[in-house]
Design a protein around this ligand. Structure first.
Ligand code: BF8
Ligand code: SF4
Length: 642
């Protein structure tokens, strides 16, 4: 088995993934994402540069990047227009996904409060108060259900027609950001409206001005930010704000002696209920009766995995690009999916094994899968039905096909903004942010880097993450992580006290030790704080905004940067765009399809910085990328006189 990049090792640096790729018993029919990537070579250069357009049926049109062929599409659109339109549509796709997730949670919260979804209830009363207060909803003397209903209604109103800027933007951003958004005309007033507007302005014969299109994309991206924040807030209300929790990560969490059921996708609405009912004695007994002495074992994949790890300590099996390897262990009795980042290839992989693929959402079905429709009015019954399917499938497991790597690492996850503030308050109860701010000022913490985004087949899985972080930690940069970035650091052992001792520079290690010990963890905080799934990227913003307000500066002045070194999805593009709007330098390890336009590339990598402070930094080499981020942090420190 070879690949474009050479040996198998070039597919991933996760040894558990390599163990399965090397040792699986799926036979020669078994193909993975890496085989299919190889079969796609060479990929279309026009597409890679973003200079092809299919927005009308006169096309497809493509622009010759070398200047020898057509410089305009049939309608007259040039490379700048075509690239900007394509990028804006990626942002709209990402926003539609996050906002679909957020709307779903908001509807279920409302139904729960009206008694129409009896398996859900307000779990975190403190969060209801916190969100309501932030939004200016009256809380004094009111019962929590009424307050929560106002929050749910306010969230649902964000999707429709509004005259004002979205409440979740106004209530969670700095004054300086809000002024910049209004000055540039990018403050969104409707989540659905922003997505629809991008689709409108990028259709045949509407917006041809690349700068104007990019402003439209930024407005949509800010709607994506609001949607992510709503999803995180409302999930906390229903299921509790995460608190530090011990767990494990990597394929070794799949157990030979148990019925293994993987939860994959993004939305916790079903997976949290599955996590709750999985401890019912009848189900555990049923698993034992089926022959699994170890009972029931839930594991997570992708962001659903992050959600259930953060709230229930359920171990994480693997991340997006390696999702097929979970099936290839031969020990996954069911793979339960909701939506987003689920490769249809899991059903193809399951043809070589016994795994039952179960789809649950009406908008996300897949050939080869069994569909058990999720009903929020009967969520627990639905969860039990799914678990029983997995249990019943245990008997079909073929012992000859097992290939479970023994590798897994310990993880401390669950660092919501609330959990971070709570840990800091153990050091200074009066002023919890003071230890953080003081240590940034002294340089013990040189800056903060948020790692987000996916694992891509275009680079060895996890390599960029791991090489970058080793350098950044040694240079005293505190790391926050979400999504598949969090998965990478979890699987490689960066979310433990030991990792702080091994990798953090002296200043950072001292701070993490002081906070960890004060918080009663019996050792340092991990050097990488797992803040959750991709919608949870709103959580680090909350921390950064609190720090900015404490210092009386704007987000664009803080020594805070972000990186998506292996980004894949439209959702990652939307998040990257709003992080730039929030004022952050944002590193991308793989170039998005924009390089066919010099104008768009220059705007994204430099001109936007004059307007918003944030900008994209594209650098495939992880060491150069880490150095670039350090330089950006130092520039900001100098700007603050540090
Ligand atoms: O929302 S990091 S591959 S799993 S898109 Fe998907 Fe990317 Fe993973 Fe979560 Ni986020
Ligand atoms: Fe070609 Fe213009 Fe149609 Fe795009 S919108 S396919 S550039 S004619």
């Amino acid at each position: 088995m070879s690949t474009k990049g050479g040996e198998l090792v070039n597919r991933s640096i996760d040894q558990a993934v390599l163990d399965v790729l090397n040792g699986h018993k799926g036979g020669c029919k078994m193909k993975t994402v890496w085989d299919r990537y190889e079969a796609q070579q060479p990929q279309c250069g026009f597409g890679e540069l973003g200079v092809c357009c299919r927005h009308c049926m006169q096309g497809p049109c493509r622009i010759d990047p070398f200047g020898e062929g057509p410089s305009r599409g049939i309608c007259g659109a040039d490379a700048d227009t075509i690239v900007a339109r394509g990028l804006a549509r990626m942002v709209a796709g990402g926003t539609a996904s996050h906002s679909g997730h957020a709307r779903h949670v908001a509807h279920v919260l409302k139904k729960a409060l009206l008694g129409e979804a009896p398996d859900y209830a307000v779990k975190d009363k403190g969060k209801v108060e916190e969100v309501a207060t932030r939004l200016g909803i009256q809380t004094l003397g009111r019962n929590v259900k009424d307050i929560a209903l106002d929050v749910a209604n306010k969230a649902l109103a964000e999707f429709g027609d509004n005259d004002e800027t979205l409440a979740w933007v106004t209530a969670t951003m700095t004054k300086g950001r809000l002024e910049a958004f209004s000055r540039l005309g990018i403050a969104p007033t409707s989540i659905d409206g922003s997505v629809a507007e991008v689709m409108h302005r990028t259709t045949y014969g509407v917006d041809a001005e690349p700068v104007n299109i990019l402003f439209g994309a930024l407005k949509c991206a800010l709607a994506d930010y609001a949607a992510c924040h709503i999803a995180a807030d409302l999930s906390d209300i229903l299921f509790g704000a995460p608190q530090p929790v011990l767990s494990r990560a990597n394929l070794g969490v799949i157990r030979q002696d148990a019925v293994n059921i993987a939860l994959h996708g993004h939305n916790p609405l079903l997976s949290d209920i599955i996590a709750q009912v999985a401890s019912e004695p009848e189900l555990i007994e049923a698993a034992k009766q089926a022959g699994a002495s170890g009972g029931l074992n839930l594991v997570g994949i992708c962001c659903t995995g992050n959600e259930v790890m953060m709230r229930h300590g359920i171990p994480l099996a693997t991340s997006s690009v390696s999702q097929e390897t979970a099936v290839m262990t031969g020990a996954l009795d069911a793979l339960v999916v909701d939506y987003q980042c689920i490769m249809p290839a899991v059903a193809t992989a399951a043809e070589c094994f016994h795994t039952k693929i179960i789809t649950t959402m009406p908008i996300a079905k897949m050939p080869g899968a069994e569909h058990i429709e999720f009903s929020d009015s009967k969520a627990a019954d639905c969860a039990r039905t799914i678990l029983r399917k997995g249990i019943a499938n245990f008997k079909n497991r073929c012992p000859d096909k097992l290939c479970i790597p023994s590798r897994s690492t310990a993880v401390v996850a669950g660092f919501s903004a609330e959990a971070i503030i709570a840990a800091l308050s153990k050091v200074n109860a009066e002023d919890p942010l003071k230890p953080l701010v003081d240590n940034i000022a002294t340089g013990n913490i040189r800056g903060i880097c948020l790692f987000a985004g996916c694992n891509s087949v275009k680079t060895p899985q996890d390599r960029n993450y791991i090489e970058m972080i080793k350098l950044l930690l040694a240079e005293n940069v505190l790391i926050l992580a979400t999504g598949c970035a969090a998965s990478a650091y979890a699987r490689h052992g960066f979310m433990t006290s030991e990792a702080t001792k091994q990798y953090a520079g002296a200043g950072l290690a001292a701070v993490l030790t002081a906070v960890g010990e004060a918080a009663g963890l019996g050792g340092p905080l991990p050097p990488v704080l797992h803040m959750g799934s991709c919608v949870d990227n709103a959580r680090p913003v909350d921390v950064a905004v609190a720090v900015a307000e404490r210092l009386g500066v704007d987000l664009s002045q803080l020594p805070v940067v972000a990186s998506a070194p292996e980004a894949v999805t439209e959702k990652a593009v939307a998040i990257g765009a709003w992080a730039v709007a929030a004022g952050l330098p944002v590193h991308l390890g793989l170039a998005p399809p924009v390089l066919g336009s010099v104008v768009v590339t220059k705007i994204l990598t430099s001109a936007v910085s004059d307007l918003l402070g944030g900008y994209f930094l594209v650098e495939p080499d992880p060491i150069k990328a880490a150095k670039g981020l350090l330089a950006a942090l130092d520039q900001r420190r100098a700007g603050l006189g540090l």
